[in-house]
Design a protein around this ligand. Structure first.
Ligand SMILES: Nc1ncnc2c1ncn2[C@@H]1O[C@H](COP(=O)(O)OP(=O)(O)O)[C@@H](O)[C@H]1O
Ligand SMILES: [Mg+2]
Length: 251
């Protein structure tokens, strides 16, 4: 079982969009668990799952419930069905207390890793959709991860968030490789074109794959489904396929 954390300290960077599409890609060839670790519940929403984690997330991270007790099957709004199992650990209101629950627990940086040990026989891939910021939740996700995938909107601030991701990963007891890509790229903007030309050459972690800024990705919110289910021939769908091929090779 490979664990992929989709993480950046920056909000609105394209993490959840990437997490849902990468999970779909992974489910073409194996069983997938998508864990929505963000109290905002965007991944839960985009996979058509009810925002309710039975018993609350505190019980899950303390080992009082297990993944199989609380997991739900994805139920995409447009009726699409993944080739393999596509399960979701939904976020609900209890996630607002996740930071405190982790802090109070023994081995507070390893709870997510511990919880996932149980699922090793059930899933081939786990995708962790992380909240922004450098929280204990993020430390847990990074600690559990075999690879950290980081979307970067092409702006100067993004390099700062890449630095912050690197720092958090370097502080982990088990540093995973960081795999970053430019997201929400609008080629009509000179600054974006320059970022595309320069950043992958400057920063070793940034791969050449570029996710364009497009309404097709925004439409995921209406479809409540991954891009490939409703616009398979669109550039964005093909980019996520390519991204998954590259990211899964890093694990
Ligand atoms: N490539 C893209 N093109 C256009 N809009 C995008 C793209 N990626 C994400 N968005 C939109 O930007 C917003 C934030 O994206 P999201 O994936 O939720 O980011 P994060 O999880 O980092 O906060 C959402 O409304 C989403 O639909
Ligand atoms: Mg998100």
């Amino acid at each position: 079982m490979k664990i992929v954390a989709v993480y950046s300290t920056k909000g609105g960077a394209g993490k959840t969009s990437a997490a849902v599409n990468l999970a779909w890609e992974a489910a073409r060839s194996g069983d997938v668990l998508l864990w929505d670790l963000d109290a905002q519940g965007a991944a839960t929403y985009l996979t058509g799952v009810k925002p309710k984690l039975k018993g609350g997330v505190a019980k899950l991270v303390r080992g009082r419930t297990t993944i199989s007790d609380v997991v739900r099957r994805a139920s995409f709004g447009n009726g699409a069905v993944a080739a393999h199992r596509f399960d979701v650990l939904p976020a609900d209101d209890s996630y607002r207390e996740l930071e405190l629950s982790l802090d109070a627990a023994k081995g507070s940086r390893r709870r997510v890793e511990k919880v996932l040990k149980d699922a090793a026989g059930t899933y081939d891939t786990v995708i962790l959709d992380c909240p922004p910021g450098a929280s204990l939740v993020a430390e847990n996700a990074v600690r559990a991860a075999d690879v950290v995938v980081t979307p970067l909107p092409p702006a100067a601030l993004s390099l700062r968030s890449l630095d912050q991701v690197r720092e958090l990963v370097a502080d982990s007891a088990k540093p995973a490789p960081v795999f970053a890509f430019l997201s929400m790229v609008d080629r009509r903007k000179a600054t974006h074109r320059r970022a595309v030309e320069e950043l992958p050459a400057q920063e070793a972690e940034i791969v050449e794959v570029i996710v364009p800024a497009t309404v097709v990705v925004e439409r995921m919110g209406d479809e409540r489904a991954p891009v490939a289910t409703f616009a398979p021939r669109h550039e964005a769908a093909q980019v996520y396929t390519h991204l998954w091929q590259l990211a899964s090779r890093r694990t």
